[in-house]
Design a binder for this molecule. Structure first.
Ligand SMILES: Cc1cc2nc3c(=O)[nH]c(=O)nc-3n(C[C@H](O)[C@H](O)[C@H](O)COP(=O)(O)OP(=O)(O)OC[C@H]3O[C@@H](n4cnc5c(N)ncnc54)[C@H](O)[C@@H]3O)c2cc1C
Length: 462
């Protein structure tokens, strides 16, 4: 029994089937479609992603699986990123002509000097102990303060309590020598040149995987959620649902990929003591607001994604849905998607959709490259769980909760808000496959632990 059909839940079901698990596999998801954060929503005939998603080359096994299951509809487009800085969109990899303005060159020289100085200084000083120190060490003071820390605050909140490890996992920086080598050897790109993306929006990967699973006998239930989980003698005995019959079977194994702080209140017959209550209260979450704006024109942005570190701009990134796949958006139209993150349940999160959309639209109107007279419709969606705040307090609380849930011997936690690992969708899916392999008896619990450990703290690119 698997709760949640995001990459971790779908991965677990795949892991069971790929390892010839002989028993029954049931996957229950509260939304109407699979994919979770990595999925899509349908709107006016378009397939719109919940935030810009790409399948990277990082886990070749998941790329191979996606190729096999999605087939010829999985394409390999080129990467193209833009950064809105000094009143213009700077393209990455750089287009030198756009970068040649005296004011911009002066700022870049400052960034470059700070960067070189930080790299020289790092050879003589100890490793920084906190996130801000680690970012300044990687990028230099000026670039850290003008670009990276403001961007971090927009995505994850105030970075004061974040760990240095999170900086090292989330940000990679080429050394000065590598950068100079690449400038003079243009064949080596500054960013990975391609990624994988299906025709009908990123969610197509997970819908195809679910079709594949159903054809092989898995039972999938969308639009449903668990309402009670009965625990007896440290084992889950019975799971009750809002819309389907309860599951109570000998040999039941329950895999949960849904937010742990939502799962724990459903447990009956398991004592939630003070330590668990305190840990649940300490978990801080950021929510995602996704705005979609339709335009009567076939293309707008110079790059697929544009990032906005400036705190005065009311979103973190925008992307052109049709820049990822022309087929995901109706002919002749462009859908610009806006991402912004806010503290879950905070004042910003409690505002109504129209107010948030008005603010997003006002933000778009300040850019001369946006043809606002061609805008034909707008909508927004919310994902209440987008990021765990990467602060020590939240990380420790998730570790305590995971440890304490280990007392329920047939409950297995995996996925971003369940085991608390900061994962990309390919890692989440791969971890699910490992879990499926263990539950099918094809790898031992020891091998499973070793595989998780080997992957812990892997660098997230993107
Ligand atoms: C803005 C943004 C951009 C990203 N870009 C990329 C990228 O380019 N590439 C990449 O690889 N990764 C990217 N990621 C990360 C990726 O989205 C996650 O790693 C991945 O979706 C995590 O999968 P998961 O299954 O752990 O969680 P989720 O995707 O959150 O899935 C959990 C599932 O559980 C369901 N659920 C929750 N509660 C219940 C309940 N009570 N009952 C039943 N079902 C429930 C949810 O609806 C959801 O379907 C990005 C994330 C964000 C926020």
């Amino acid at each position: 029994m698997i709760l949640g059909a995001g990459p971790a839940g779908v991965g677990t079901a795949l892991g069971l089937r790929l390892h010839n698990y002989g028993g029954r596999t049931v996957l229950v998801e509260e939304e109407a479609t699979p994919g979770g954060l990595s999925g899509c929503f349908g709107w006016r005939g378009h397939h719109v992603d919940f935030g810009a998603h790409r399948l990277s080359h990082n886990v070749p096994e998941i790329v191979a699986l996606a190729r096999r299951i999605v087939g010829p509809e999985l394409h390999e487009p080129k990467n193209s990123q833009g950064l809105y800085f000094a009143d213009r969109v700077l393209r990455f990899p750089p287009h030198l002509a756009e970068w040649l303005s005296p004011a911009l060159l002066a700022r870049l020289t400052l960034f470059g000097c700070g960067f070189l100085f930080a790299h020289i200084k790092s050879s003589f000083s100890a490793d920084p102990e906190n996130f801000v120190g680690a970012i300044k060490r990687m990028f230099g003071e000026t670039m850290a303060e003008k670009l990276v820390l403001p961007m971090t605050a927009k995505v994850w909140g105030n970075p004061e309590g974040f760990s240095a490890d999170f900086a090292r996992q989330r940000f990679t920086v080429a050394s000065p020598v590598q950068i100079i080598t690449r400038i003079f050897n243009s064949k080596k790109d500054m960013t990975p040149p391609t990624f994988f993306y299906p025709e009908k929006g990123f969610g197509e990967i997970w819908s195809r995987m679910c079709e594949w699973l159903e054809l092989r006998g898995a039972e999938l239930g969308f639009g449903d959620r668990p309402t009670k989980i009965v625990v007896e003698n440290n084992r889950v005995r019975r799971v009750e649902f809002a819309n389907r019959e309860a599951i109570e079977e000998d040999g039941l194994e329950l895999v949960s990929t849904i937010p742990l702080i939502e799962l724990i209140p459903l447990l009956e017959g398991f004592e939630v003591d003070r330590q668990i209550e305190d840990a649940m209260a300490a978990v801080r979450v950021r929510s995602l607001h996704v705005g979609a704006f339709e335009f009567d024109t076939p293309g707008i942005l110079p790059t697929k994604v544009v990032t906005f570190p400036d705190p005065a701009i009311p979103f973190t990134r925008i992307f052109e849905q049709n820049g990822f796949s022309r087929e995901s958006v109706c002919e002749g139209k462009t859908v610009i998607v806006i991402e912004r993150t806010v503290d879950k349940g905070g004042a910003d999160d409690q505002r109504d959709d129209q107010t948030i959309l008005d603010e997003m639209e006002k933000g778009l109107r300040q850019f001369s490259f946006m043809p606002m007279d061609k805008m034909s419709a707008r909508t927004m969606q919310r994902k209440p769980y987008a990021y765990l705040v990467p602060e020590d307090r939240t990380t420790e609380a998730m570790q305590i909760l995971n440890y304490r849930m280990g007392a329920i011997t047939n409950l297995h936690l995996t996925g971003r808000f369940s085991d608390g690992e900061y994962d990309n969708c390919d890692y989440a899916c791969e971890k699910g496959i490992f879990l499926g392999a263990m539950l099918s008896g094809k790898i031992s619990e020891w091998d499973y632990i070793l595989r998780l450990e080997a992957n812990r703290g892997r660098v997230i690119t993107g």
